[in-house]
Design a protein around this ligand. Structure first.
Ligand code: HEC
Length: 198
């Protein structure tokens, strides 16, 4: 049985003793890989959003966050064999964006760090979590609210009326508005099942 080992990395703080055990080295290597996967999702999604906003305006761009985001996350899941998705404490689509207990704790910590003035763009968490069926490497990277996001996640002043109408129609339980730049909209979350110890 593996021991629960927690490594949480926040800006300016790298909790790593001088002599790393094999497991800590594993976590470091998996963290590097997970960072790469999260970066890819965030970049591809950002590019797709910017292009759609420029070419078809906010109304046309809604489908990017609705369809392209989960499609990109699923493609990355297939490629890596890990579970890659997006979660938030204030979901627009609770069916796929609902955080589990571990994710809620991390998202709350991210929020507190952001309130304390930390850079949301740099926040990650990485940890081995013991769950009833297996041990998992779990990773999260915060998604900061950028000015671009306010077109669909801000307030009445930043969300065009037509977008508000579409959102009200398609997401009657939308909680994902009222944000301002610099806050944390949610996170990319990655879950990777670890092989049992021999
Ligand atoms: C053009 C409108 C639009 C823009 C711009 C936009 N979003 Fe979204 N966002 C949506 C929609 C629609 C959903 C619901 C997707 C679904 O149905 O799964 C969503 C869902 C999300 C989710 C998934 C969790 C949830 O609430 O369901 C995250 C995380 C998210 N957006 C982050 C962002 C970030 C960060 C930005 C800026 C970089 C951004 N969005 C910009 C429309 C938008």
């Amino acid at each position: 049985m593996r021991h629960a080992f927690a490594l949480l990395i926040f800006p300016g703080l790298l909790a790593m003793p001088l002599t790393a055990t094999a497991e800590q080295a594993d976590v470091r290597a998996m963290t590097r890989e997970a960072r790469e996967v999260a970066r890819e999702l965030i970049e591809d999604l950002g590019d797709a959003l910017k292009t759609a906003l420029a070419e078809s305006g906010p109304d046309g761009a809604i489908t990017v966050c609705r369809d392209t985001a989960p499609a990109l996350a699923n493609a990355l899941s297939l490629r890596t064999g890990w579970k890659v998705s997006r979660v938030s404490l204030k979901t627009r689509n609770a069916l796929i964006g609902q955080p589990d207990a571990w994710e809620q704790v991390i998202l709350q910590r991210f929020d507190e760090e952001a309130k304390g003035g930390a850079d949301a763009g740099k926040m990650i968490a990485a940890e081995i979590v013991n769950e009833p069926d297996a041990d998992y490497f779990r990773f999260m990277k915060a998604l900061p609210v950028k000015p671009l996001c306010l077109t669909c996640h801000g307030g009445d002043q930043t969300i065009p009326a037509s977008v508000r109408q579409t959102l009200a129609r398609e997401y009657p339980n939308d909680k994902a508005t009222g944000y301002f730049a610099g806050q944390i909209r949610g996170a990319v979350t990655i879950k990777r099942k670890l092989d049992p110890d021999p």
